[in-house]
Design a protein around this ligand. Structure first.
Ligand SMILES: NC(=O)C1=CN([C@@H]2O[C@H](COP(=O)(O)OP(=O)(O)OC[C@H]3O[C@@H](n4cnc5c(N)ncnc54)[C@H](O)[C@@H]3O)[C@@H](O)[C@H]2O)[C@@H](O)CC1
Ligand SMILES: [K+]
Length: 478
């Protein structure tokens, strides 16, 4: 499990580990970790050219001390000072090591590596104009860009990017991951994230994480595995109420998602046309209502009265349910209904649920997912470039699998089926939603050939491809 801690927790960790002691031992520890990563990236420091972008706070101090360490190993180090009050100890160390400080941006032109020490966890608002200009200059060169602690311009606590920001190749972060490194749009600015250990006193002061991200081993441990005693009922029966005469594909894909994610059985109920198509594609699905352990309701349901009647009927029995797509539109005006719910909105649907603006939801994903979870007393899985899963009790997970290739028609229908299968298999709604997002993202990567999830590699996927990839993802986990 990867865990991120908020700015308050990190400040507490710093204090417990001796921040501000004479000689700045904690900062030196951080700076040495930073310098080590930079030396590896440079593939030999001797004769290499390093430029530091230095702001007024501790973040600039880290950059200056790391610059000093690199200068002692033979690098030519120039600091560009964005402040007239740079960290005094750091500047003295850089000068003593033979580094220089100035303000001529031309040094960027032949830099091999640029270190962004403009702001860290103390940053507020986007980059200011002078800093933004220097960053744009640095990004236009061939130099590797390393952010100190967080890319400057990214809000460390939330991942918001209110203005211009650094787009780093690597971020070296200290003591703990920050939520802004896991949640988009900030996460998209961080590049590869390296964590420098600040020791047990720091760790002990952190408390509970604000944001978690499941890893493969966590998902493997959560997933219900069939045993010799299992039968289809114990593995979980999922009821799928999806699709209409206008939207038939949603029914086929949601049923497929549930089956391929390991449901013991799927019961499909819907109008004649989608029913006929479900029967043809999935002869193993049972048509009609009956006993189930969880529901999937909403994809392709339609938003007319018939859809509302189906939604109410399904949610009326108080069983756990995944509500997606048209189900969310219908739910937006409804009093809280039924049992434990997982809502799976994209940003537009979340905006409708909250009466908010779509662009605001995209910009502040963490806040809006948490608000929706509280407002609907449900687990909310906010889809997007990083999927955020929020529980009404305040817990948050983000999903680190996935690929931009997943933004394709029908992909969400498959996801709702996958989460439904996990709910039916007995996972609680928070685990079902976060493990479901993980499996769905991993299936997307596998199907597209986009191994690192950047979208730069791989190619298009269609929703059917996800269905084929799901059992392979499950096998690889085992
Ligand atoms: N306290 C410590 O001992 C340690 C601190 N560390 C480093 O120190 C950082 C925190 O230091 P600080 O609390 O000084 O905060 P920062 O260095 O993040 O920045 C705060 C300074 O930047 C200015 N500022 C805020 N927003 C700005 C913006 N948008 N544009 C330009 N200037 C802006 C503020 O006026 C303030 O002077 C961490 O992120 C980490 O890099 C690490 O060295 C670990 C140890
Ligand atoms: K920074």
């Amino acid at each position: 499990m990867r865990q991120a801690h908020g700015v308050g927790a990190v400040r507490a960790g710093d204090a417990a580990a001796g921040a501000g002691l004479p000689g700045d031992p904690l900062m030196l520890r951080a700076a040495h970790g930073l310098a080590r990563t930079c030396a590896l990236l440079l593939d030999g420091t001797y004769g290499s050219r390093v430029v530091l972008l230095v702001g007024s706070g501790g973040n600039g101090g880290d950059a200056l001390h790391a610059g000093a360490a690199l200068a002692l190993r033979g690098a030519r180090v120039d600091a560009l000072l964005l402040t007239d009050r740079p960290h005094a100890g750091g500047l003295a160390a850089l000068r003593a090591a033979g580094g220089r400080a100035g303000s001529d941006a031309a040094v960027l032109d032949d830099a091999d590596l640029v270190i962004d020490g403009i702001v860290g966890i103390g940053g507020r608002g986007g980059l200011r104009e002078d800093a933004a200009r220097l960053v744009a200059h640095a990004e236009a060169t061939a130099a590797t860009l390393v952010a100190v602690d967080v890319p400057s311009g990214v809000d460390a606590g939330t991942g918001e990017v209110p203005g211009a920001a650094v787009h780093a190749d690597v971020t070296v972060t200290f003591g703990a991951l920050k939520p802004g490194l896991l949640v988009d749009p900030g996460a998209g600015c961080a590049g590869v994230v390296e964590l420098v250990d600040l020791g047990p006193a720091f760790d002990a002061a952190l408390g509970a994480p604000e944001v978690e991200a499941l890893e493969a081993a966590d998902v493997a441990a959560l997933l219900p595995a069939p045993t010799a005693e299992s039968d289809k009922y114990r593995r979980g029966v999922v009821g799928v109420a999806a699709g209409s005469d206008a939207y038939t594909g949603a029914a086929v894909l949601a049923v497929g998602g549930a089956l391929r994610a390991g449901a013991g059985m799927v019961r499909y109920s819907g109008p004649d046309l989608p029913t006929a198509l479900v029967r043809r594609r999935w002869p193993e699905a049972v048509v009609g209502e009956g006993r189930v352990q969880a529901h999937v309701v909403g994809p392709g349901l339609g938003t007319d009265d018939a859809g509302l009647v189906r939604l109410r009927r399904v949610l009326g029995d108080g069983l756990p349910a995944v509500v997606d797509a048209d189900g969310l539109t219908l739910l937006a005006g409804e009093p809280p209904l039924g049992g434990p719910l997982v809502l799976t909105p994209h940003a537009g649907e979340a905006a409708r649920l909250l009466g908010a603006d779509r662009a605001d939801v995209e910009a502040r994903r963490l806040e809006h997912a948490q608000r929706a979870a509280r407002a609907y007393d449900a687990v909310v899985l906010l889809k997007g470039s990083t999927t955020v899963v929020a529980a009404p009790d305040g817990r948050v997970r983000v999903n680190a699998t996935g690929t931009p290739w997943l933004a394709t028609a029908g992909s969400g229908d498959v996801l709702s089926g996958v989460v439904g299968a996990l709910l039916g298999g007995g996972l609680d709604p928070f685990d079902a939603a976060s493990a479901g997002a993980w499996l769905h993202g991993a299936a997307g990567r596998l199907a597209s050939g986009d191994e690192d999830g950047t979208g730069l590699a791989g190619g298009p996927v269609v929703a059917e491809d996800l269905l084929d990839a799901l059992p392979r993802v499950r096998r690889d986990l085992a």
